[in-house]
Design a protein. Structure first.
Length: 245
């Protein structure tokens, strides 16, 4: 299919997991794709996996001055931008008593402040029929222990689906959100979760399994395509029913 044929897209955090899978999906749908990431080894691996036509940018979404550099690179390479998937983020889970100001600030810088200012930097670059997709989380809806700061950052990001929609629709820019539940990515290994912990997590999901990155990517493709032209300021929850319990 060619639902994104000719569209120019940027995916933040596009070197692994959901971002990488979405980049593959965008390419298969005919888009020109740029991705960002922070680690040299994953940037190199993503370039190999996706091919030489993909624009690979080293960028930390939490580096606010760096957002203008990303916008300049997109303008130079693509001329304009039709789709933005704000996927880059961090998951820092701690009990309340373990939080410090530096960790708090880092979570908000990466998960909310950086995406906010990247959209600002890209305003002159967006086409007049652009789509912004926010990668949010069911943690903004449910009271999961140790997720106070993470859930707050994602709740703040989710609010932009509505407020940015009201502000930007006059320019033809649509904003929507995908709120993911537990998705089978390398994240859980980074969090130190083994097979036993994952089986316990799966037991909390009515669907009985983790979601796949491809299931998130399919939703992002829809939001980025013209098929969702009448969908504005919405949230699609993809969590196997977990937030309904």
């Amino acid at each position: 299919m060619n639902r994104l044929n000719g569209k120019r897209a940027l995916i933040t955090g596009g070197t692994t997991g959901i971002g990488l899978e979405t980049a593959r999906a965008f390419l298969s749908e005919g888009a020109r794709v740029a991705i960002t990431g922070t680690k040299p080894e994953t940037l190199k691996a993503a370039r190999t996996a996706l091919g030489g036509d993909v624009l690979v940018l080293a960028s930390d979404i939490g580096d606010i001055p760096g957002q203008k550099k990303v916008a300049d690179s997109i303008r130079q390479a693509f001329g304009a931008l039709d789709a933005l998937f704000l996927n880059a983020g961090i998951v820092d889970m701690r009990p309340l008593e373990k939080w410090d100001e530096a960790g708090f600030d880092r979570s908000f810088a990466v998960n909310f402040k950086g995406p906010f200012f990247l959209v600002q930097a890209l305003l002159p670059v967006f086409s007049d029929r652009a789509s912004i997709v926010l990668m949010t989380s069911i943690n903004s809806h449910i009271g999961m222990p140790n997720s106070s700061v993470y859930g707050a950052t994602k709740g703040a990001l989710l609010s932009l689906a509505r407020t940015f929609s009201g502000e930007l629709i006059g320019r033809g820019i649509r904003v929507n959100a995908v709120s993911g539940g537990p998705i089978d990515t390398p994240l859980y290994g980074k969090l130190g979760m083994g097979r036993t912990e994952l089986e316990g997590l799966e037991g909390q999901i009515p669907a009985g399994r983790l979601g796949s990155p491809a299931e998130i990517a399919a939703a992002v493709v829809y939001f980025a395509s013209d098929a969702s032209a009448f969908t504005i300021g919405s949230e699609l929850v993809i969590d196997g029913g977990m937030s309904n319990l």
